[in-house]
Design a protein around this ligand. Structure first.
Ligand code: SF4
Length: 580
């Protein structure tokens, strides 16, 4: 038996001996498949039904690999699940191994840049009660920590002002050493286990590819585990989709100014070069803004390009909707690309012109950050001009002109991306269609050497009841789009939901696709029942999830982030209502 398998089996045995845990054959099988995939540098897809203990099945082989020096990235679709991995499952998994000299491997939790608070911005708001309270309590400095502290909407609004900007002065900032984001990012580059979300994982792959491997976010790693794998294509589609408008151009002027506007940068070989590069960039953006105005004079809303052309015949697009492609659009994209391309090259020259001393002092970091920021915009604009996936480009003119790219089918594009990167295991409660992984392979581009669909853990036929309202109980959901008929629709949904809550005594998770629908139904049900009902606000998933777990009678009305990955053991979650 291989050393990795031995380590995994030892940890699983210790887990089953723990109070409150028992041996789970599905968990064991999933963990061993992942161990084999790590050892064989192979790809695996594993369907592990609810109750299999997926998170520990992922963490145990990852930690066993880390024990011999390997680096594993674990990515989930929702931040809720990533946090569960980090706060709840990782400490359990760590305790299952004998670590050399009692020193477990370094592990870290990383989310996207704009999900951290900037200490400099918080300092500028010193004296504000919420800023003080947050600084006092924050561990990671993430938005979920902030929203669990900021309860009032007046306080919550502050987040937009204090979130980390896309680029800043990095090491030159007085708060660099205790900066939430840089601490997390530098920990992620050296940690043996990185827990993150699909979006960061994909950004890393895209940045590596668009810079030919010169930049990355996560550093080198040798295996990735993608939990909630059924949502991976959706995460990829949103990572590859993009909206370009005047705001993007203006924001990049601010970002560049903020990063380069430091007298200490402008010395030695860089003196004179930075102001010149900065001036050229400003001129490039000004030209792009002028092209944007010209486009605004002729732009009509609608689809302007599809790739490949056969997409014209797809019912989702419809040939009749295709607008003529205004030459002003091509001119606008060319001008934007020229501005960012010129600046990207200038930044590379600046980086190589700086002396060894300035590299030590952190100039490199400012340049690396800007290079990554510019590379991302450049990549997206080039893909609007020369699409590399099944996608469409469309113009919006309300509330302002924007050029948008929407990726419809990511399969081929993802396949190329994933095949360039390290091997991975994809894990989820539901991955197969009619017992086959073929649909997943088409959608996500993953070609796996190991495929396994584990048997269900629960005997649903004996222990669960399914209730579907009769067809005439609820009007067609499309009627909710009409102002006159929407109240009837919401009333009917509310009546059904209320009846279910009364029958099971609360203890329900009620899931909606739209916030508007959730709020309308909540207002009606809340008035008519004495049972406690919680509702997810825009960014308080972690906190409201905790309250739901604690209050055994409560029901929770929630949207997207609770559809998958939310774990509420025991009676507090006895019924799931899907409104669709
Ligand atoms: S290093 Fe950047 S993100 Fe961090 S505190 Fe300073 S300005 Fe904010």
């Amino acid at each position: 038996m291989s050393r990795l398998r031995e380590e995994v089996q030892g940890a699983l045995r210790r887990l089953s001996e723990r109070h409150g845990f028992q041996r789970r054959p599905g968990q064991e099988q999933a963990a061993l498949i992942i161990a084999d995939a790590i050892e064989g540098a192979a790809r695996a897809t594993i369907e592990a039904p609810t109750g299999s203990g997926k998170s520990l099945a992922a963490l145990i082989p990852a930690l066993a690999h880390a024990k011999s020096g390997g680096r594993v990235v674990i990515a989930t679709f929702t931040n809720i699940l990533a946090e569960q991995y980090w706060r709840k499952d990782l400490p359990i998994a760590m305790g299952l191994f004998d670590w050399p000299e009692d020193e477990p491997p370094k592990a870290t939790y990383l989310v996207g840049r704009t999900r951290y608070a900037c200490r400099l911005e918080l300092e500028r708001r010193a004296g504000t009660a919420i800023a003080e309270r947050f600084l006092d309590k924050a561990e990671n400095g993430t938005d979920s920590e902030f929203f669990s502290i900021a309860q009032r909407w007046q306080d919550r609004r502050l987040w937009r002002e204090i979130a980390v900007p896309p680029a800043c002065q990095g090491r030159k900032c007085t708060h660099y050493r205790d900066c939430f984001f840089y601490r997390a990012r530098s920990a992620a580059r050296s940690a043996k286990i990185v827990i993150t979300n699909h979006s960061v994982f994909l950004s890393d792959l895209l940045v590596r590819q668009s810079t030919q491997g010169r930049q990355d976010l996560l550093g080198p790693y040798d295996f990735a585990i993608l939990d909630e794998g059924h949502d991976f294509p959706q995460a990829a589609a949103s990572a590859m989709s993009y909206s370009l408008n005047q705001e993007v151009l203006r924001q990049s002027l601010e970002v560049v100014q903020r990063a380069l506007d430091d007298p200490s940068l402008q010395r030695g070989a860089l003196k004179g070069l930075i102001p010149l590069a900065h001036k050229r960039f400003r001129e490039g953006i000004r030209a792009a803004e002028e092209a944007y105005q010209r486009l605004g004079q002729v732009a009509e809303p609608g689809i302007v390009a599809v790739s490949p052309e056969e997409l014209l015949f797809d019912p989702r697009v419809g040939r009749s909707q295709l607008q003529s492609h205004p030459s002003a659009l091509a001119e606008f994209l060319d001008t934007v690309i020229a501005a960012y391309e010129g600046f990207f090259e200038a930044l590379q020259k600046l980086k190589s012109a700086r002396g060894a001393r300035s590299a030590e002092e952190g100039d490199d970091e400012v340049f690396d950050m800007l290079l990554m920021y510019v590379a991302e915009i450049l990549y997206q604009c080039k893909r609007m001009k020369e699409p590399d996936a099944v996608s469409l480009t469309y113009l919006d003119v309300e509330p302002r002109l924007s050029v948008n790219r929407e990726v419809i089918d990511v399969g081929e594009r993802l396949r190329a991306l994933l095949e360039e990167g390290p091997p991975c295991a994809v894990l989820a409660a539901t991955l197969t269609v009619d017992g086959s992984f073929q649909f997943l392979s088409q959608e996500s581009g993953i070609r796996a050497q190991f495929e396994e669909a584990l048997p269900p853990v629960f005997d649903f036929e004996r222990h669960a009841a399914l209730y579907v309202p009769s067809l005439d109980a609820i009007p067609d959901p499309s009627t909710s789009r009409d102002e006159d008929s929407a109240p009837l629709y919401y009333e009917a949904v509310a009546e059904q939901v209320q009846r279910i809550l009364q029958t099971v005594g609360g203890r329900s998770l009620v899931l909606f696709h739209s916030r508007k629908e959730m709020e309308a139904v909540y207002r009606i049900v809340e008035e008519r029942t004495s049972l406690p009902i919680l509702m997810q606000q825009s960014s308080d998933a972690r906190e409201v999830g905790e309250r739901f777990r604690r209050d055994i009678r409560a029901s929770l009305f929630a949207v997207r982030s609770f559809w998958t990955g939310f774990d509420a053991p025991g009676e507090t979650l006895s019924c799931v209502v899907l409104v669709r």
